[in-house]
Design a protein around this ligand. Structure first.
Ligand code: SF4
Length: 438
């Protein structure tokens, strides 16, 4: 029987994703045009995952705004941010309330600006459609659309990260460094949400790091754009359609084949050869898979999270000889089911595909298909406890463990780390011999 209620969905609303996109821009303050709770909830999630205080402003809409509109609040918010922080930019994201009111955010922001020393990105992020991934995509496209400047070719590759960890971004940067390829990251939270405390103990109010506005503008002059997460690919499509910047929307670089594809895409766009050190990293991943094959072969694994990460991990688990039984995502994405079906046909697995659903349904399907290991964020803890299997945490947010954001699961090195995490979780768990997963 169809349910008319959603139970424990592993997704968040659009402003959450938009804020993460804006936080990867140097000197940019995200501004939530909505009630205070709409900014408190993303800040809370950022603080408990990244352990960083996040500067997220709100226009603090109340009942009067629902009747008279939110122009007064938004104007005041922009002026307050300018006078208190004087940032390089403000990234506005709308909310359920401001979208329902119908505020013309672009016009209000234009009127509120008295000079052009600060940029404003007015993304529309209505939360009654889409998820945090839609919000990220909308905000990122707004960054590129607002700043695009056609100039001289820059010989760089744009990397659209999507919502991935600072550790992943650093690993991708490391691979590009080894390949001697220059890049522009759209956007880059590797320093802003994993901020070092430098000698003297000083931490600036707005963190150092993030992609500069001039680099975002320069993305129109790059050799090409690679979207690591296809859910964040509309900025790549925009750059392709408007500036003829080739775009590649491919699988996330997790595991052997997907990371090979990423490296090949970099080579194709840049003309760079594959350096010896990358070949050695790949070899170490293969070696690590061989090392643990007898522990991992045939192990039932179930995975939930954002679609690009889940489908890439499903493939990696199959490469490692495991048996993915259920793959679930709350955000519908057109490549998700074809990706999993391709793995099923290549590796003769029978992974059940769940799209646009919640963890209640995921749990019901897990009960019938069995699991010896769960991969997902902290919301999977109760299912792991009920099924008495370990949970390897990945994705956003992880709030019941520390430091997960620091470590990569992408690239050859990140895949080794993920495989080691999975293997150690299985080795460290005492399985109940009477349970279905056995
Ligand atoms: S779902 Fe709507 S009301 Fe709730 S936090 Fe998100 S934007 Fe605000």
């Amino acid at each position: 029987m169809a349910r008319s209620v959603v139970i424990n969905p592993p997704k968040m609303c659009q402003p959450m994703g938009a804020i993460l996109a804006y936080m990867g821009v140097h000197g940019c303050v995200p501004l939530v045009h909505g009630s205070q709770g709409c900014s408190t909830y993303p800040r809370y999630n950022i603080a408990r995952y990244f352990r960083e205080s996040a500067e997220v402003a709100a226009s603090s809409l109340g009942e009067d705004a629902a009747v008279y509109g939110g122009a007064k609040n938004l104007t005041e918010a922009i002026k307050n941010i300018k006078s208190r922080l004087n940032p390089a930019a403000i990234g506005i994201c709308t909310t359920c309330m401001s979208e329902t009111i119908g505020d013309d955010v672009k016009l209000i922001a234009k009127k509120a600006l008295t000079d052009d020393t600060m940029k404003i990105f007015p993304a529309s992020t209505p939360s009654y459609v889409g998820t945090h991934l839609t919000g990220y995509d909308n905000a990122l496209r707004m960054l590129v659309e607002t700043l695009d400047v056609k100039g001289k070719p820059n010989n760089k590759i744009n990397i659209i990260t999507g919502i991935i960890n600072p550790g992943d971004i650093r690993e991708i940067k490391n691979m590009l460094r080894l390949m001697n390829v220059q890049s522009i990251f759209l956007s880059d939270i590797s320093e802003t949400l994993d901020t070092p405390i430098l000698p003297g103990g000083h931490k600036p109010v707005l963190p150092d790091g993030g992609t500069s506005l001039s680099d975002i503008a320069d993305s129109a002059n790059s050799l090409g754009t690679i979207a690591i997460c296809r859910t964040a690919g509309s900025a790549a499509t925009y750059l392709k359609n408007k500036f003829n910047v080739p775009s590649v929307l491919d699988a996330a670089p997790i595991g052997v084949i997907n990371t090979d594809r990423f490296v090949q895409n970099i080579c194709k766009l840049s003309g760079a050869p594959i350096p010896e050190e990358i070949i050695r990293e790949r070899g170490r991943l293969i070696d690590s898979m061989v090392d643990v094959h007898h522990y991992m072969f045939g192990r039932k694994v179930v995975i939930f999270g954002d679609p690009d990460l889940v489908s890439a991990i499903v493939r990696f688990c199959a490469e490692a000889g495991m048996t993915p039984t259920v793959a679930m995502t709350a955000t519908k994405q057109k490549d998700f089911a074809p990706d999993i079906k391709a793995v099923n046909s290549e590796y003769r697995t029978d992974t059940q595909i769940l799209e646009g659903t919640d963890l209640y349904e995921f749990h019901e399907v897990v009960k019938t298909h069995g699991a010896e290991l769960i991969l997902g964020n902290s919301k999977g803890k109760d299912i792991a406890d009920d099924e008495d299997v370990p949970l390897v945490r990945f994705g956003f947010p992880v709030y019941d463990r520390v430091g997960v954001y620091r470590y990569p699961i992408m690239g050859y090195n990140g895949s080794i780390y993920l495989l080691d995490q999975m293997t150690n979780a299985i080795l460290g768990h005492k399985y109940d011999p009477n349970k279905l997963h056995q």
